[in-house]
Design a protein around this ligand. Structure first.
Ligand code: NAD
Length: 482
């Protein structure tokens, strides 16, 4: 772990096992940090914020972010293989969203924005009370302070980079707590920060733990100014509640149940077979469109086309580049997903493909890619985030009905619309309450593109200008006109 610039073991030398979900083998030990370890990390981050020049020295921040970028790139291939081993993600995905894509821009974009960001905004001089006393006024943007960064296991490096880039660029100090299932990418980062950067001690601290509640210190400590969290909606709610006692700000990136809305004029042959890509990374992505809405008038044709995609999908060993689906991250997740599949059948949905643990893969926490038809939007498999390789197909009557079903969700993170008419698709997009939307497979993702959710999918935006502003406080200053 990294605490106050030192690479340290956990209190008492405690460790827990990091396990490969594809083989069920133990990869090795991880420091099992305690609440006291977390407390030391928070104190170090507080000290670094209050007593070093980090929050004001933009040149230092730029050079440190450059060093961090170079350090990670120097071990990019080690990262790649370690991510496959601990996350169980397909190797192919590490060349995209799991590693290479965020590594290209998640630190660089905010680093390059340090000079461009509107740190100061002048307001016109004003005699506010009409008494002949005019003041000059300015609005200043300043870092929030100490940020607790809590991340999940599904895209750990992607999320860590997209959080640390803006947090550090804006002048904050932080404590990062990775998920217990995927700690090694974060402990590797700890070593790189300590050995290959001049990031001042305490600016970036990293604490691993098998105990989720060690993360709760970040929500409750009065020395933490903000919690930036990505994870489940249940945990997000608990963090918001705990953080309310000290009234710290929270930024929450939570779950999703996004739609893949196929309008009746869409090219079915082009749009539908690709729907199986929701099984990518075993469906363990928050923004994956897992609820497919198709016109009832063409329902059977749609199910047939999607089924063909599912039957041609290759999954298994994540190291095999033919596979875009590996195992679920843990036995617990596998059981959770299988539980949802059983519930879908019980609720009357029609199982078209999959539905079980694959018989031919006797090791690893795999689940068959699974397609359900005749799904009603009130069923649990349509309302709750399964986080598995599962697509549900829901029929709709007309465009208004489609929009109604799309919005009839506790979530609002992402989505997809297919139509032959871009203007029509944009009109529908305006009516859907969600934070991101792709039209005809358009890709919205990027360090410059705000990402986040409506409703139960979160509060705030990651990336883009909005994702820089969220890590700032605002100060308005005035003085008499000379
Ligand atoms: P999780 O909520 O169980 O855990 C996420 C992190 O929070 C872990 O590091 C965990 O140790 C920590 N944590 C758990 N309880 C805590 C507490 N009380 N206080 C502080 N920290 C605590 O989620 P998960 O199972 O790791 O990840 C899957 C979830 O993450 C899914 O719901 C998925 O949709 C969501 N997710 C969202 C996004 C997004 O950007 N919206 C991205 C990826 C994943």
């Amino acid at each position: 772990m990294l605490v106050g610039g030192e690479l340290v073991e956990a209190e008492g030398g405690a460790t827990f096992d990091n396990v490969n979900p594809a083989t069920e083998e133990v990869l090795g030990p991880v420091a099992d940090g305690s609440a006291a370890d977390m407390g030391r990390a928070v104190a170090a981050a507080r000290r670094a914020f209050d007593t070093t020049g980090w929050s004001t020295d933009r040149e230092l921040r730029k050079s440190c972010l450059d060093q961090l970028q170079a350090a990670i790139e120097s071990e990019q291939e080690e990262y790649r293989h370690e991510l496959v081993a601990e996350v169980g993600c397909p190797l192919l995905l590490t060349y995209g969203p799991q590693l290479d894509a965020p590594l290209r821009e998640a630190l660089r974009w905010p680093r390059n924005m340090i000079d461009e960001f509107p740190w100061t905004r002048a307001l016109p001089p004003k005699d506010t009370f009409g008494i002949g006393y005019e003041s000059e006024r300015e609005v200043w943007k300043e870092p929030v302070g100490v940020v607790g960064v809590i991340v999940p296991w599904n895209f750990p490096m992607e999320i860590i980079l997209n959080k640390l880039g803006p947090v550090l660029a804006m002048g904050n100090t932080c404590v990062l707590k990775p998920a217990p299932d995927t700690p090694w990418n974060a402990t590797r980062l700890a070593r790189l920060v300590a050995e290959a950067t001049e990031i001042p001690p305490g600016v970036l601290n990293i604490v691993t733990s098998s105990d989720h509640l060690v993360g709760e210190v970040l929500s409750t400590s009065p020395d933490v100014d903000m919690v930036a969290f990505t994870g489940s909606t249940v945990t997000g709610r608990r963090i918001m509640e705990a953080a309310s006692i000290s009234l710290k700000s929270v930024f929450l990136e939570l779950g999703g149940k996004s739609v893949n809305l196929v309008l009746d004029d869409a090219d079915f042959a082009a749009a539908l077979p690709g729907a199986v890509s929701c099984c990518m990374h075993a469906g363990q992505g928050c923004a994956i469109p897992t609820r497919m809405l198709v016109p009832r008038s063409r329902y059977d044709e749609a199910v047939g086309a999607v089924r063909a995609g599912f039957e041609g999908w290759s999954y298994g060993d994540p190291m095999d580049t033919a596979n875009l689906q590996g195992p679920q991250v843990s036995k617990r997740q596998q059981e959770r997903v299988l539980g949802y599949l059983a519930r879908g059948v019980d609720e009357g949905a029609r199982l078209v493909v999959g539905g079980r643990r694959p018989a031919h893969l006797d090791r690893g926490w795999y689940v068959e890619p699974t397609l359900f038809a005749d799904v009603d939007n009130s069923m649990a498999i349509a309302r709750e985030e399964v986080f598995g390789p599962v697509l549900v197909m829901i029929p709709y009557e007309d465009e208004d009905d489609a929009v109604r079903i799309a919005n009839d969700s506790d979530y609002g993170l992402s989505g997809m619309i297919h139509s032959a008419d871009l203007d029509r698709a944009k009109d529908v997009a305006r009516r859907i309450r969600t934070g991101t939307l792709g039209i005809n497979n358009g890709v919205w993702y990027g360090a410059d593109a705000p990402f986040g959710g409506y409703k139960g999918s979160g509060v705030g935006r990651q990336c883009g200008i909005e994702g820089l502003e969220i890590y700032t406080e605002t100060k308005t200053v005035a003085w008499p006109v000379a």
